[in-house]
Design a protein. Structure first.
Lengths: 220, 209
């Protein structure tokens, strides 16, 4: 079992006494690991720390819904209970309402504790968005006309689509252009995922593709 | 003068050179591109000598952005065979994306299945979020500051364990982002570029790919 030490430990390795320091990773038997863990002398790799993260200032949620705004606000408040201070804007179209915006489309399933995680990714990235499906790619979705348009622009349509029901976007020149282009395509009646894919392609940016688990989908 | 577009392979040893030669033959059935092999000479390709420092030739691969003679490079693993026109990959980086590559077939619980336990555990702990594993066997690479920085970070991360390169890439990307365009599976292990995973690898993957 791999643990990371928080204390100095001396272990016998091939007949020699070896000193391990705080921060070192070592693979030890389960009993030894549990003893150290119980004493606080070691920790195991875990992903719990993000739950403690606060929401970055200037962040907010844009909830995409056609519900009556009052009702939508109530539902959002309930859903976002662990982050009660976060601002919520109800809209029928995706927009960059905050410096760091989480776009959530009504009905999408996701882990609420991933909100601060996604927002923290924007320290480095301009956009973080899950893949829609590993197998249901652009060449298999939408009308022939949409696929042709996508293939013509992207040079190849055997590429994954993005799940626009959940995304994290930093307000910057690139994301602003992306959202303008996306809305322009949507207003023209384009299919949502193809429209997003084409708009993204036309706006090269620091985009982090996330796995489908972000929208609670199975891995395969 | 630096050619606009070309393909780079890394090959050391008889098996890798044989795989690279077959891959180049397949590439040439569908593409008219210059080819360079880093490592040992392979018939039908230009050659760049580069000292082998690890059994898998990964150090050479991680230096491909510095060694490539091309402005736009397709790095292809020696055991991956182009089965179609690959020009779209070059067009994507020409259109402003730093790199184009595919997601790994192994995600979720199978992510980093081939990485040694310690590196895997530490990588997952350091990344701390559900990450989309990328497959670095086929990469279209443009010459940009972002790619230069990312490859530099990738080399640093790889030096921590000097083993496989995938987890090192994910750790590098977490600190040095780049404009990465996601290609579909056809591009690595599919109809455009097939990948004979296992031809040069010691373990079987959980997905069989």
């Amino acid at each position: 079992m791999w643990v990371q030490l928080k204390s100095i430990q001396y272990l016998e390795v091939q007949g020699k006494l070896v000193t391990y320091h705080p921060g070192d990773w070592i693979n030890v038997g389960k009993q030894m690991a549990q003893l150290w863990l119980s004493r606080g002398e070691a920790i195991i790799p875990q992903r719990e720390e993000y739950k403690q993260l606060g929401i970055s200032p200037g962040s907010g949620i844009v909830l995409i819904t056609e519900e009556e705004p009052g009702k939508a606000h109530e539902a959002a408040k309930k859903m976002l209970l662990p982050y009660s201070g976060i601002q919520v804007f109800v809209s029928i179209v995706p927009l960059l309402a905050y410096d760091r915006t989480v776009i959530i489309k009504s009905g999408v399933k996701f882990r609420v504790d991933m909100i601060p995680v996604g927002l923290s990714l924007l320290d480095k990235w301009e956009l973080a968005i899950p893949i829609l499906d590993y197998d249901n790619i652009a060449s298999k979705v939408g009308s022939q006309a949409e696929r042709d348009k996508t293939r013509e622009l992207l040079h190849d349509d055997r590429v994954p689509l993005y799940d626009t029901r959940l995304m994290f976007a930093k307000r910057c020149k690139n994301t602003t252009t992306l959202f303008e282009r996306w809305q322009e395509e949507m207003t023209g009646g384009a299919e949502e995922h193809h429209a997003f894919l084409r708009s993204l392609y036309r706006t090269p940016m620091l985009v982090l593709a996330l796995p489908v688990t972000w929208t609670n989908q199975n891995v395969r | 003068m630096c050619a606009e577009r070309g393909v780079c392979y890394v090959a050391y040893g008889e098996a890798a050179c044989r795989e690279a030669r077959l891959s180049i033959q397949s590439l040439r059935l569908f593409n008219d591109l210059p080819v360079t092999v880093i490592g040992e000479p392979v018939t039908g390709a230009e050659h760049i000598e580069f000292k082998q420092v690890d059994p898998g030739g990964r150090w050479a691969k991680l230096n491909v952005n510095l060694l490539t003679p091309y402005k736009l490079t397709a790095y292809i693993d020696a055991d991956a065979w182009p089965m179609a026109d690959i020009s779209a990959g070059f067009e994507i980086v020409a259109d402003g994306w730093d790199m184009a590559m595919t997601a790994s077939t192994n995600q979720g619980r199978d992510l980093f299945w081939h990485i040694e336990e310690k590196e895997r555990a530490i990588t997952l702990a350091e990344l701390s979020y559900d990450v989309l594993g990328l497959q670095a066997g086929v990469i279209f690479i443009g010459k940009s500051q972002n790619t230069a920085r990312l490859f530099a970070a990738w080399r640093c991360e790889w030096l921590r364990w000097k083993d496989q390169d995938q987890a090192a890439l994910m750790r590098a990307l977490a600190t040095v982002p780049a404009r990465v365009w996601m290609l579909g599976k056809s591009w690595n292990g599919g109809s455009v570029i097939s990948h004979r995973w296992g031809a040069l690898r010691k373990h079987e993957s959980p997905s069989g790919l």
